[in-house]
Write a protein that binds this ligand. Structure first.
Ligand code: AMP
Ligand code: GLY
Length: 426
């Protein structure tokens, strides 16, 4: 098979790493890819939202399958154009992808289909938003409506901070993504990420884990796209997984199909495990980043048949995926200043060393100079991932590798996995 993989982050590096291991694959091309992916497969300089360019590339390489990594390609309608060209695509249409691209759409969708979620109000002006805030109590949750790379959410401890967040978002900080804001009830509980595949009709669970969204240790600092993750996560008891499947994932797939936009790809259900059961925090129309990295380390089945089955309506023919009993962890190395003002260009040494069989370093926002030097070129720069028989063992391996990477302009959290380790006896 020939596969075109779209994207350039750590998630896509992890997908490329796993896809390249499949005996089914003859040719794997990534666009636009990154220096780490270039060591695994061909990379071509076509941007993730250049729909015409990607379609032409898919035709040029006679792609049997296009795999969409990032949400921006979903929102740009890449799957829609590929459908017209009859090229199988893993990734939803722009209409189905509204489950991620508009929080206001998702909240109304949740209401229409009875999905449990936080009470909310959608507001278009600062006055409306301030009036809405009067109806909630601290901590306040203020969200930009559109795609903001995980940075459009503010949890404000005080009303003054909430007012400032509203003014900031509606004042244009997130461009068109902030034309509306959603004010939401604060949910008490533990956060989790669950993944489910769908081929338009049949769906299947595809792993879960726990992310760390705040920038700094101890859940301090601003929200980010995710600073580290581990899988499995003890918050996902069998009962919770079952509730998420039946109350959130399956009703979402049924609802979006009923609304005329059957979902083909992976749905990322971000939920809060509350005392009243799981409540939807948000959907994403793609794998999580860095959740995907940890999942790819644990996935023992060949990934490619699952991607292809979603694209071609044949998921019912496949067994559930097999996962390693091992725990996997991913520690994100970000550029100093992330998420607001990540420092670009910092030199990285030692990231491409061989760290042994249980450690893989994926590249995210990285670029390579002509002389081979690796440099930071984004907020989240490297994903140091490790596997081990216990989370503690995986974590020690990951942080040992972090210690060997020389990235003076970078930082990471030192407490990834703390919630699970706090539960482990001894
Ligand atoms: P999101 O970008 O929607 O994933 O939100 C970022 C983070 O903010 C989430 O991972 C949660 O930790 C937190 N969060 C979002 N919505 C709520 C809410 N309604 N109540 C409590 N925490 C929330
Ligand atoms: N790690 C959370 C996300 O991908 O949005």
């Amino acid at each position: 098979m020939n596969i075109l993989l779209v994207g350039s982050g750590g998630r896509e590096h992890a997908l490329a790493w796993k896809i390249a291991q499949s005996p089914l694959v003859e040719r794997l091309v990534a666009a636009p890819g990154n220096p780490g992916m270039a060591r695994l497969c061909e990379v071509r300089e076509v941007g993730a939202t250049d729909v015409a360019g990607l379609l032409a590339l898919a035709r040029e390489i006679a792609a049997d399958l296009v795999v969409i990594g990032p949400e921006v390609s979903v929102a740009a309608g890449l799957a829609d154009e590929l459908a017209v060209a009859a090229i199988p695509c893993f990734g939803p249409t722009a209409a189905a992808g509204q489950l991620e691209s508009s929080k206001a759409f998702t909240k109304a969708f949740a209401d229409r289909h009875g999905l449990p979620t936080a009470a909310y109000q959608v507001c278009e002006t600062v006055d409306q938003a301030k009036a809405a805030l009067d109806g909630f109590s601290a901590p306040f949750v203020v969200k930009a409506d559109g795609l903001a790379a995980g940075k459009g959410v503010v949890i404000a401890a005080t009303r003054a901070e909430a007012d400032a967040a509203v003014e900031d978002a509606l004042g244009g900080r997130f461009g068109a993504a902030g034309a509306r804001v959603v004010i939401e009830e604060f949910l008490e509980g533990e956060i989790g990420s669950l993944f489910a595949l769908c081929d338009g009709a049949t769906s299947m669970l595809f792993g879960w884990g726990q992310d760390h969204k705040r920038a700094f240790d101890g859940e301090q600092g601003p929200n980010t796209g995710g600073m580290g993750v581990y899988s499995p996560a003890p918050v996902f008891t069998p009962a919770l997984v079952e509730q998420v499947r039946t109350r959130l994932a399956e009703p979402a797939f049924a609802g979006i199909a009923e609304e005329g936009a059957p979902y083909r790809g992976v749905l990322f259900v971000e939920l809060m495990a509350t005392a009243q059961g799981p409540k939807l925090v948000e959907f994403n129309a793609r794998f999580g980043d860095p959740e995907c990295q940890a999942l790819m380390l644990r996935l023992e089945s060949d990934l490619v048949p699952y991607l292809m089955a979603c694209a071609t309506g044949r998921l019912a023919e496949l067994p559930p995926p097999e996962w390693s009993e091992d725990a996997a962890i991913c520690v994100v190395l970000a550029a100093k200043g992330y998420p607001a003002t990540p420092k670009a260009g910092g030199e990285i040494r030692g990231a491409e060393a061989d760290f042994g069989p249980d450690v893989v370093v994926f590249q995210a926002g990285a670029r390579r100079d002509a002389d081979g030097t690796l440099r930071a070129a984004g907020g989240r720069v490297l994903n140091v991932c490790a596997k081990g028989p216990t989370l503690q063992a995986a974590r020690e391996r990951a942080y040992a590798a972090v210690g060997k990477i020389d990235f003076p302009d970078g930082f990471c959290r030192s407490d990834i996995g703390w919630r699970a380790l706090a539960r482990e006896p001894g």
